[in-house]
Design a protein around this ligand. Structure first.
Ligand code: R5P
Length: 293
């Protein structure tokens, strides 16, 4: 039997690809003096089934173009390509906030769907409904069980899972059910002053709180959610996020959040700003998912 071939992209996190079984190929990326990107596959792969793994962060817009270059190169070699994209950027733009606003999720899904790939595998893509945006199979997996197992190692007192905004209530209430915890949700608004948490629906008084979110970008959502929970009498405040992007003034926001601990996965390359967070690797999740496809 031919061994599995993995092609590793420039944005795949090192921990997530550290124990892959099979042949590893690292494409060679070139940059022309004017900035144009090009790629070359340094091995004989004609007609093989292979797995491409890369995230769409950092530099999400550029990463989409690079995905196009690699997909075209592999498909012209007669390969069948499963693209593992642990962090699928643009999916927050699933609806236009106001007339005249672009729909990034739709544009990215259309672009990726026509690249000749056989299948996409991704982790916690903001909302699972984005599966319907793609015209090729999209396998959605979740890091929730891994993150829940990590947080449950703490001796939690009267735990309450908190959704940091109303868009996360479904995922957070499922986490609450599986952790046998209470449930609460923050109502947040984004305005000229940034993210404001204006209400907490449910009670956290005297409880250990676990905030679950899909993305930690600037950290504003987490900081606001943590603050309102503390004001409402929470005991300790933990947070779990799948995609730790860490951009803008995230350092300040995390200081404001005063979290007792933060867990995040390695869907994107490790950002040193999260030195105090525990990284939960998605490697076993990818292994389990790919073994049944
Ligand atoms: C928003 O809908 C997402 O689920 C995250 O809450 C958001 O992307 C976090 O962004 P930030 O860290 O910048 O507040």
């Amino acid at each position: 039997m031919e061994s599995l071939i993995w092609l590793i992209g420039p944005r795949a996190s090192k921990t997530c690809v550290s124990n892959l079984k099979g042949q590893i190929v690292e494409p060679i990326w070139h940059r022309f003096p004017d900035g144009e990107a090009a790629v070359e596959i340094p091995s004989e792969i004609w007609g093989r089934s292979l797995i491409w793994i890369d995230s769409l962060f950092p530099h999400p817009t550029e990463s989409l173009w690079e995905l196009g270059l690699i997909a075209d190169t592999l498909c012209r070699q007669g390969c069948q390509v499963t693209a593992v994209i642990p962090y699928l950027a643009f999916m927050r733009q699933d609806t236009s906030c106001h007339p005249g606003h672009s729909l990034g999720a739709k544009v990215a899904a259309n672009w990726i769907s026509q690249l000749g790939l056989s299948r996409i595998v991704t982790v916690d893509p903001h909302i699972n409904q984005v599966e319907g945006f793609f015209s090729i199979p999209l396998t959605v997996t979740t890091a929730q069980p891994l993150l829940q197992a990590a947080v449950l190692e703490k001796d939690l007192h009267q735990p309450v899972v908190v959704a940091p905004d109303l868009g996360r209530t479904k995922e957070a209430s499922e986490a609450a059910r599986s952790m046998k915890a209470g449930f609460a949700a923050v109502s947040k608004t984004r305005g000229p002053q940034g993210v404001i948490a204006d209400k907490l629906l449910g009670s956290v008084r005297g409880s250990d709180v676990v905030i679950f979110d899909d993305i930690l970008s600037t950290g504003a959502t987490l900081a606001q959610a943590a603050q309102i929970c503390r004001e409402q009498g929470a005991r300790r405040i933990f947070a779990c996020v799948t995609h730790g992007l860490g951009v803008g003034n995230v350092r300040q926001q995390l200081e404001n959040a005063h979290l007792d601990h933060l867990w995040m996965t390695d869907t994107v390359p490790f950002n040193p700003i999260f030195a105090n967070a525990t990284i939960v690797s998605i490697a076993p999740l990818l292994h389990a998912t790919l073994s049944i496809l």
